[in-house]
Design a protein around this ligand. Structure first.
Ligand code: ZN
Ligand code: ZN
Length: 251
């Protein structure tokens, strides 16, 4: 078992902020996974006990997309749930922490990416098939890279990260990756994992986290996954750790 649910170097305090596991949450994560397996098997779910009673769990249970699922306990005795990424192309699901970035703005960028990038890709494929000029192909690839880079920057600008006092900063301002990722840029998808969604929501709602646990849900028939359903996994080093320090910062 990893030592903590999440940790990250704080860009403000320059110390490590840690969110621990608790036995209670490890047990609740196991119960959560059993509920999802039941939903996947029966294609329906009876009313669930708290803290699962307010959430729309069935779409998650029926998803084979491969998700990290997080559960967090707060000092006021309440709980929150979240899943990573999207489910059936939806960012939100009743009873789960919302996505950090604005959904409509994200959808707009994705739409523009399709409209701008796909025709260039089609042209490149056509030229490659017909032995087109290498210079022309290279120029199109460069144009495509520039457009993607612009859209990616626009996408990242939609993510404003909150500390425990609700103070928002941009991704580049808070990004403090572990040493092995320090030489890469900020990867796409930072902030889309499960636990950052909960902490962002909690920080803006004035709730203080006590402990958390994240587990893997690969769905029922998904044999092709990295972990078994219910495996407890700490927040990832590649994307989450770089923003965890600020998300967990009480200053
Ligand atoms: Zn992550
Ligand atoms: Zn701090």
């Amino acid at each position: 078992m990893p030592s903590a649910a999440a940790l990250g170097l704080c860009p403000i305090c320059h110390t490590l902020h840690i969110l621990p596991y608790s036995e209670r949450l490890i047990n609740l994560a196991a119960e959560f996974c059993r509920i999802l397996e039941k939903g996947a098997r029966d294609k329906t779910l009876p009313p669930c006990p708290p803290p699962f009673d307010k959430a729309d769990l069935l779409p998650l249970a029926l998803s084979n997309e491969g998700k990290m699922v997080a559960i967090c306990e707060f000092k006021d005795g309440t709980f929150a749930l979240a899943f990573s990424g999207q489910i059936h192309r939806q960012y939100g699901l009743k009873g789960f922490a919302p996505h950090i970035a604005d959904h409509e703005a994200l959808a707009d960028i994705a739409h523009r990416a399709r409209v701008l990038v796909n025709p260039i890709t089609d042209k490149i494929i056509k030229l490659q098939k017909n032995n087109g000029s290498p210079n022309e192909i290279a120029a199109l690839k460069k144009e495509r890279r520039q457009i993607s880079g612009r859209l990616c920057a626009e996408n990242q600008a939609l993510y404003k990260i909150a500390n425990q006092n609700g103070q928002l900063k941009s991704l580049p301002e808070v990004w403090t990756p572990p040493p092995q990722y320090a030489h890469h840029g900020i990867p796409t998808g930072v902030g889309d994992c499960a636990l950052p969604k909960i902490l962002q929501w909690a920080n803006l709602a004035g709730k203080r986290p006590l402990a958390a646990a994240e587990f893997w849900w690969g769905g029922r028939e998904n044999a092709n996954t990295c972990w078994e359903n219910g495996t407890i996994v700490p927040a990832c080093a590649e994307k989450c750790q770089g923003i965890m320090g600020y998300l967990l910062c009480p200053v």
